[in-house]
Design a protein around this ligand. Structure first.
Ligand code: SF4
Length: 290
């Protein structure tokens, strides 16, 4: 049996991957909008525990194409620790085509470029990095723990290592007050990184978080669908990320968008303009989810 502690999160594109926890929780765990790992005390799992899970999976599955290393920032373990895990994956899942993990900016920046290069050589193919916003003021308010410049530097190190980079950001995170700054700053940060994949989510409250409390108590304004569409339009008008696959087709988004930048930018902008004119319907609140 594979052991999972607590709720396990994974990017939508890892829906069919084998998931094994290399760490438990998130080493930062302080972003005011995030409830994912609140109940978990961060720790790195022992190698023998991780290997036992892989052995259990080998018994259960004849073919494993993709592996996602959980939790919030599996990359926070030392490079040698991760290297041993990657070697073990190669040994017992020779058929595996892709190994990925979340990587918090801190977990990337605490590695040298040589260490990241080595991890890629050993099979780490892609990192999911949360930018959330390219505005330092938004990042400060949500207690992200890093500046936009630091997150961009982390993203560029991942790319330099030869790994693919998938970056997420969150519409509405700066509220109306910082909406334009958030949109333009995020477009600039994404343009500097030009990640292979960009995922735009929309802020949504489900479980209690500090930001949700601020909203309930009137200290934070949650933007409406029209304001979110206007903000997304500004973001797309300012982005220059040739080749990046852009997706805003998550359950939290009011208007689904998908395309490859920069070629499909105008078509996505047009769809947003149509939504603002009432020609494309916003997703009903009841159908939004995280
Ligand atoms: S770094 Fe990521 S997982 Fe950790 S608290 Fe922030 S958003 Fe949540």
């Amino acid at each position: 049996m594979i052991e999972y502690e607590g709720r396990v999160f994974r990017p939508p594109s890892e829906a069919h991957s084998l998931i094994v926890q290399v760490t438990i929780g998130c080493s930062h765990n302080k972003c005011t909008f995030c409830d994912m790992y609140r109940e978990k005390c961060f720790r790195i799992r022992r190698l023998d525990q991780v290997k036992r899970d892989f052995e259990a999976a080998r018994q259960m599955y004849r073919k494993v194409d993709r592996i996602f290393l959980a939790d919030g920032d599996a990359l926070m373990c030392r490079a040698e620790h991760m290297a041993e895990i990657l070697c073990y994956i190669r040994e017992i899942f020779p058929e595996c085509e892709r190994v990925t993990s979340y990587g918090s900016p801190a977990s990337i920046l605490c590695k040298t470029q040589d260490e990241l290069n080595m991890l890629h050589t050993l099979g780490l193919d892609m990192i999911y990095l949360g930018l959330e916003s390219g505005s330092d003021e938004v990042l400060r308010r949500v207690n992200k723990g890093e500046t936009a410049d630091e997150i961009v530097r982390a993203g560029l190190m991942v790319k330099q290592a030869g790994m693919k980079l998938s970056v997420t950001c969150i519409a509405g995170l700066g509220s109306l007050e910082l909406s334009e700054e958030h949109a333009i700053g995020t477009a600039e940060a994404l343009s500097r990184m030009k990640p292979e994949y960009i995922g735009l989510l929309t802020l949504l409250f489900e479980l209690e978080t500090p930001l949700m409390r601020d909203w309930k108590e009137g200290r934070f304004y949650l933007m409406n669908p029209i304001e979110i569409a206007q903000e997304t339009l500004i973001l797309l008008e300012h982005i220059d990320a040739e080749g990046s696959v852009f997706r805003a087709n998550h359950a939290s988004n009011y208007v689904n968008l998908a395309g490859t930048l920069n070629a499909d930018r105008e078509a996505m902008c047009e769809r947003l303009r149509q939504a603002l004119e009432g020609k494309v319907k916003f997703k009903n609140e009841a159908f939004r989810a995280r």
